[in-house]
Design a protein around this ligand. Structure first.
Ligand SMILES: *Cc1c(COP(=O)(O)O)cnc(C)c1O
Length: 381
């Protein structure tokens, strides 16, 4: 093969190896294009674009997938967390415990319902540390959100035991579709679980989408009202709601993809095992830990390396799409910093300096992974 590279462009990597994207969805999309096309044609003919039969169908399928009684589709994962809290009556005066290391949305949702965020540090596997939760309980603690960070379920058994019975547990399962803990599916922990179908998640739509799964009929009914202007009947608004509905096109895409999710997660697991093999001999690299009892679905493959920013820059220069999830814990994010003045979360802070997410997606090839590892090991010399 000859490469047609303009030699005067310094941005072009002259290495004959191909760049490796952080996430390549083209392989999964090639599998579903025909089926999605048929479903979209049916939606156009049926004239129901928001909620409607496609949404009801997907909600049933996803509830069954999670082993819950109900699934309520909403506009995105951030709304899913916020509406789950709101439906359960969490609001001003309440304290909600969340991990210091999570995507900003978990924190935003707590603030949006008017409650107060209480942060807790993580363990070395990046999951919230139940033993430190105990030290942050007060009379006002009303809820705790366990986040299934990077694709493995938080330690909900120990979390449940760590807090009084009247503290409600919620699951932020935006990164864990298809994962399980002690055989129990992600999306089934706590009184309600929120998830996101942002295109880059393990189960991703063709735009923004999200859902709440729960076994509580009361919470589900409340959520169905909250997402649709406070009522389920047209022009009946029993409470203050909003517009955060799942649309039929996203539901159809998700329904088609859901049937392949197990296979796609298997492919991520195989890729994670291959990275582990390729990287195991390297003393400078800390590999991701899997908590005992967890079926990890590798939304992200996050290693820890010294001199991370330089390593990331070298990967980028060689055409390897790597990332940082996330560059700052919640108390170090500008929009939140003044709420947590003087607070320290040592594990989350130290991790933020060293974490590096390598490319992982269904269908990533051994060759692509070897190329990532080659460049990474050269950068660490
Ligand atoms: C993606 C994500 C969210 C938010 O989902 P959106 O659909 O982007 O609003 C919330 N929590 C976590 C942990 C996420 O990864």
């Amino acid at each position: 093969m000859t490469l047609d590279i303009p030699l005067d462009d310094p941005a072009v990597d002259l290495d004959p190896a191909q760049p490796v994207p952080f996430l390549d969805l083209s392989l999964t999309h090639a599998e579903i294009v025909a089926e999605v096309g048929d479903r979209l044609a049916a939606i156009m003919a049926g004239n129901a674009f928001v909620l409607g039969p496609e949404v009801a169908r997907f909600e049933e399928e996803y509830a069954a997938f999670c082993g819950t009684g109900h699934c309520v589709g909403v506009g995105n994962g951030t709304d899913a967390i916020e509406l789950a809290l709101r439906a359960a009556g969490i609001g001003p005066g309440d304290e909600v415990i969340i991990p210091a290391n999570t995507f900003v949305a978990t924190a935003e949702a707590v603030v949006q319902v008017g409650a107060t965020i209480v942060l807790v540090d993580c363990r070395s596997d990046h999951l919230i540390d139940p033993y430190q939760v105990v030290t942050r309980l007060t009379r006002r603690t009303r809820a705790l959100i366990g986040v299934d960070l990077y694709g493995q379920v938080a330690d909900f058994g120990t979390l449940r035991a760590a807090v009084p019975d009247d503290v409600l547990l919620f699951e932020d399962g935006a990164q864990s579709q298809g994962a399980a803990r002690l055989g129990r599916p992600a999306g089934s922990f706590g009184v309600a679980a929120a998830t996101s179908f942002y295109p880059g998640k393990n189960l991703g739509a063709f735009g923004d989408a999200g859902a709440v799964t729960t076994n509580s009929s009361d919470l589900a009914a409340n959520l169905r009202a909250l997402r649709n202007h406070g009522g389920v009947e047209r022009y009946q608004h029993d409470q203050l709601g909003r517009n955060s509905r799942l649309d039929s096109i996203q539901a159809a895409v998700l329904s088609v993809k859901l049937r392949r999710l197990r296979g796609w997660n298997d492919s991520r697991q195989a890729a994670a095992a291959r990275y582990r093999e390729l990287l195991s001999e390297h003393p400078a690299i800390e590999l991701p830990e899997i908590a005992p009892g967890n079926d990890h679905v590798w939304h992200l493959f996050v290693i820890k390396v010294p001199d991370r920013d330089r390593v990331l820059a070298e990967l980028g220069a060689a055409g390897i799409g790597a990332g940082i999830h996330y560059p700052a814990p919640i108390h170090r994010i500008k929009a939140f910093a003044d709420r947590f003045l003087g607070e320290r979360y040592p594990e989350a802070e130290a991790a933020a300096e060293r974490i590096l997410s390598l490319p992982i997606f269904p269908g990533i090839t051994a060759g692509q992974q070897e190329r990532v590892v080659d460049v990474l090991i050269k950068a660490l010399r």
